[in-house]
Design a protein around this ligand. Sequence first.
Ligand code: ADP
Ligand code: MG
Ligand code: MG
Length: 189
Amino acid sequence: METQVAVQWLLAFDKKIQENKTYLTDLDTPIGDGDHGANMARGMEFVRKALEEKPPKTAADALKLCAMQLLSHVGGASGPLYGSAFLGMSMHANDSLPDMLHCGLEQIQKRGHAELGEKTMVDFWGPAIEQLRNGELTCDSIKALVDATAPMRATKGRASYTGERSCGHIDPGAASSGMLFCALLEQGV
Ligand code: ADP
Ligand code: MG
Ligand code: MG
């Protein structure tokens, strides 16, 4: 990945997160503790500032910077999970995009131990990477994948405490992940 593409991707993700902070928090309210928007907005603001203060020289550096900021400034599940994902991707920044993203997913699963069907961000990343590999990923297909988490019953993370009541609500982490992938597509990759 080109350095500038990585930087612009992270800045575009930050913009979407800040614009959708309330939406993400609203998604996290019925099935969580209502902080996903605040968590991500806080983390990505640190990322934006760090990118401005010390412009990275490679895509790997940009992704690693993002990982470090999220790991050190975001509490809750999403900080360590996104942090691990970006760290994994930073180590494979020169692979093909699907391969790079797959390494991110592997780290999310290594950290969180979630499998497909447990209503987490994994349910977005898995099929989204497959669609990207097949040249089928679009912002519309991303929306459909995010929406597809709604009927699932949560068995990992905080949402699992709500059991059956988690059904019918979109997973907040899948929604923010959708923004990450949409921001990537916007870079014309
Ligand atoms: P917290 O649940 O600690 O308040 P956030 O609200 O910021 O953290 O993030 C919640 C999101 O994290 C969920 O919507 C889900 O996508 C994701 N998540 C939680 N636990 C896991 C896990 N074990 N594996 C993958 N993703 C998870
Ligand atoms: Mg939460
Ligand atoms: Mg929380």
